[in-house]
Design a protein around this ligand. Structure first.
Ligand SMILES: [Zn+2]
Ligand SMILES: [Zn+2]
Length: 787
């Protein structure tokens, strides 16, 4: 039997125990059985790790992401074991000895958690920068953002002990005209007690409400339920009728009648327009994903075979049906100004998909990272999507309950982001991470089947939050094409989905097959360009400052000599709060002053004079650098020049100097300091598409961000990057991502100690201001801004 060991996260130091590893394991390429690499397989309590020391490759597989382990027929090389994961990795390991293979197979199966308490989130030790802090999500705040409660809608606390419905949140929002008796009566008439409640209120007064199917059978009726629907209808002054959308195929809804469930009888509910928007059930969706994944595993298919297999999976057909239903709801709200009540069977799968997607189309706020979080918290977490059952978090959940409902939602959002590339603040990596962590159980957010489960498990006290992880790494998840000013980013989206509109999501389902992925990802390339430009502009600001300081000395010296130039005395002296005033560290550091002959900045007096004029004009626009979707002449002015060549002409001016008019000869930087500054910034950055693996051997897949080290310019993965390093060559308070080797070399440099002492003192003040800003930014303020 394998003993297992605990790895140290975010480090390379893996303590290897002899009985937890198998050597000479062959990892075979899934498309080409002749291609393989030989390495060692390690088993830890949390991961299965394959390391090929020669080829420098590592594959880490989190146990909670493993979906199946299969023993394949023995070959001449040993016993193959195929490990498939919920994030679409399929790895075939051939173990030389049959006994080792049997042991590994048994242990991997044993490691699957058989209770909530054994889930990864209760063991996970996050890196130091992440704390067990949960940014509070308050349902009341999200409803206040929508202007609720108001004259038509009120908060109802009848579910505070989960008496009405144990899969709903404690507080629900219902029409003001309703009574408790009406609500309790309706909840008894609805499957699982999931009565109609408000989920989205549009500025035009039309609303989306959600519930489960009525227990109507062939003829049963419920007066309270009928009254509740009439109250919902009356909240909207613009329409005398409302829609009830049943998101099941009609035949399924009819079949449910035989079981005493079904759908609303139009004869009993007045002024109702009933409509089916057919989306298949969880079992058909599970089979469809299975067929899609089989298509992805086809070895050397012909075009026909591939297209037929993709078609037979019906995956894109199902995505289209989900999007069509959501678009129908959005049109009913925006164009017809009618209230819509949505349900399926229990109202936690198709209903969650349709309500969240239609809200996303209707409200631009939900297309921001913060807003999207609110959408997930509200529609998926608060209203009880069964994450643990649908994702199969523990072995106790029924395998027939598993279904890719959340994945379909994520993919539908991705398809929309392909139609409207500038409308979403988040990128593809964000969506992939969200999907993966709904399965990984690394964070406590998606554990359990409803709010009550998470309260019982005390996840907020015991685990880390996925949203905190996103917040701490938010730049990794931003879409560089997002343009908040564009009409698509600020208006209701009502696309028409044709079959030709939908794409196969290569970087989700083939993310580990680098040979199949595009060689260059435009979004990543843009992010890299924005970062590179930021580093160069910031460095240029510092160089400008140095040149001016030296020039001032030159001028001071000249005052002793009659001179004809006078530009140096006509300076602008605007200062920016963000600028690092590094005169302090230079004090007492003046043992080696620069002589006048070393001061030649290479700029003529006229150029310097021009620089100062540009400074005074462009100071504002350069203080905060924003990612820009397109380049224009004004962009060139603001430093986003089309000339990204590190050897190209650095744009003149991005700031004015705090001390340029009164420079003290004691404030002059030393040669060592200037050398440190110049050497701390890479002018050339390696392009993203070159390396497939990080230097640490970890493969880059589409869910992993590649970072350029700002000092050496090479590509690294997240675990090889050190954050929080303030580079001497930058003229700002912000820290930059630096590889661990560069971080060591910078820290060991003699001038760095002085520099970091200064930055620390400046940063403390800066962070204090930032924290104060964060704390004071209440959700309400943000809501007001977003409106
Ligand atoms: Zn580096
Ligand atoms: Zn790495």
């Amino acid at each position: 039997m394998f003993a297992y060991f605990w790895p140290k996260f975010d480090t390379h130091e893996i303590r290897i125990l002899d009985d937890a590893k198998v050597e000479n394991v062959r990892l075979t390429d899934r498309f080409n059985s002749r291609q393989h690499i030989i390495g060692t397989l390690y088993l830890t309590s949390t991961h299965l790790i394959f390391i090929d020391p020669e080829g420098k490759r590592e594959t880490w597989i989190l146990h909670s992401l493993i979906s199946s382990v299969d023993k394949l027929p023995t070959t001449q090389h040993g016993c193959p074991l195929r490990v498939r994961t919920k994030h679409f990795l399929s790895a075939e390991f051939t173990i030389p000895k049959e006994r080792d293979c049997a042991d590994l197979y048994a242990t991997l199966n044993q490691l699957k958690p058989d209770s909530y308490e054994k889930l990864y989130c209760f063991l996970y030790q996050a890196p130091n920068y992440l704390e067990k802090i949960w940014d509070p999500f308050l349902l009341t705040t999200e409803y206040m953002r929508m202007g609720v409660p108001n004259v038509d809608w009120k908060i109802e606390d009848g579910n505070s002990n989960f008496d009405m419905c144990d899969t709903y949140p404690p507080l629900i929002y219902v029409p003001t005209l309703t009574t408790k008796a009406m609500l309790f009566g309706s909840s008894k008439f609805r499957s699982r007690g999931r009565l109609p409640v408000l989920t989205y209120l549009h500025p035009n007064g039309a609303s989306i409400t959600r519930c489960s199917q009525p227990l109507s059978g062939f003829s049963a009726r419920c007066q309270e339920d009928e009254q509740l629907l009439q109250c919902i209808l009356k909240t909207n002054p613009h329409s005398n009728t409302m829609y009830i959308i049943d998101t099941r195929p009609r035949i399924n809804a009819v079949a449910n009648r035989a079981a005493g469930k079904g759908y609303e009888n139009e004869g009993y509910y007045s002024n109702i327009q009933f409509k089916f928007c057919p989306i298949e059930n969880i079992h058909i969706m599970r089979n469809s994903l299975q067929k899609l994944l089989e298509t992805c595993e086809m070895k050397n298919p012909t075009m026909n075979q591939y297209l037929n297999a993709l078609d037979n999976s019906s995956w894109l057909q199902h995505i289209k049906s989900v999007l069509d239903a959501a678009i129908f709801i959005a049109r009913a709200i925006e164009i017809e100004k009618k209230n819509v009540l949505v349900h399926c069977s229990d109202g936690w799968d198709r209903t969650a998909q349709c309500c969240s997607l239609s809200s996303l189309l209707l409200c631009p706020y939900y297309r921001s990272i913060h807003g999207f979080r609110m959408l997930i918290e509200k529609e998926w977490l608060s209203f009880g999507h069964k994450f643990s059952d649908r994702c199969g978090h523990t072995t106790t959940s029924d395998s027939k309950e598993q279904s890719p409902i959340f994945l379909q939602f994520i993919e539908s959002v991705w398809q929309l982001s392909q139609i409207y590339p500038t409308a979403f603040e988040f990128n593809e990596r964000f969506l992939i991470s969200l999907h993966d962590h709904s399965h990984s159980c690394q964070y406590g957010d998606f554990v359990g089947n409803c709010e009550k489960d998470r309260l019982d498990l005390c996840v907020k006290e015991r685990t880390y939050s996925f949203w905190n992880y996103i917040l701490q790494n938010v730049n990794d998840f931003k879409n560089p094409l997002f343009c908040p000013q564009s009409s698509y980013a600020s208006e209701v989206l009502l696309p028409v989905i044709n079959p030709q509109t939908l794409k196969f999501w290569l970087s989700m389902y083939h993310r580990f097959d680098s040979a199949l992925l595009p060689k260059e990802n435009i979004s990543n390339t843009l992010t890299r360009l924005v970062d590179h430009t930021l580093s160069l502009s910031d460095h240029a600001r510092l160089l400008e400052k140095r040149i001016r300081e030296l020039h001032s000395i030159f001028d001071n010296d000249r005052t002793k000599i009659p001179t004809t130039t006078s530009s140096s005395t006509t300076t602008t002296t605007t200062t920016s709060n963000e600028d690092v005033d590094d005169s302090d560290i230079e004090k007492g550091n003046h043992h080696k002053k620069i002589s006048l002959s070393e001061l030649d900045s290479g700029l003529s007096e006229a150029e310097l004079c021009q620089t100062r004029i540009i400074d005074s004009i462009s100071l504002k626009s350069n203080t905060i650098l924003q990612p820009l979707p397109t380049l224009s002449s004004s962009d060139v002015e603001s430093g986003f020049s089309g000339d990204y060549s590190p050897h190209g002409k650095t744009p003149l001016s991005s700031f004015t100097l705090p001390h340029q008019s009164s420079i003290d000869t004691n404030d002059i930087p030393t040669i060592e300091r200037i050398a440190l500054e110049l050497n701390s910034i890479a002018l050339d950055w390696r392009s993203y598409h070159t390396p497939v693996h990080c230097a640490c051997s970890l493969p880059f897949d589409s869910a992993q961000r590649k970072y350029n080290c700002w000092k050496c310019g090479e590509n690294f993965c997240a675990r090889c990057i050190e954050r929080g390093i303030h580079l001497p060559g930058l003229y700002s308070n912000s820290s930059a991502p630096v590889c661990k080797t560069c971080a060591r070399s910078i820290k060991s440099s003699p001038s760095f100690a002085d520099f970091s002492a200064l930055v620390k003192s400046k940063s403390t003040e800066f962070i204090r201001n930032q924290t104060a800003m964060k704390l004071s930014r209440s959700m309400i303020d943000q809501f007001n801004d977003d409106r």
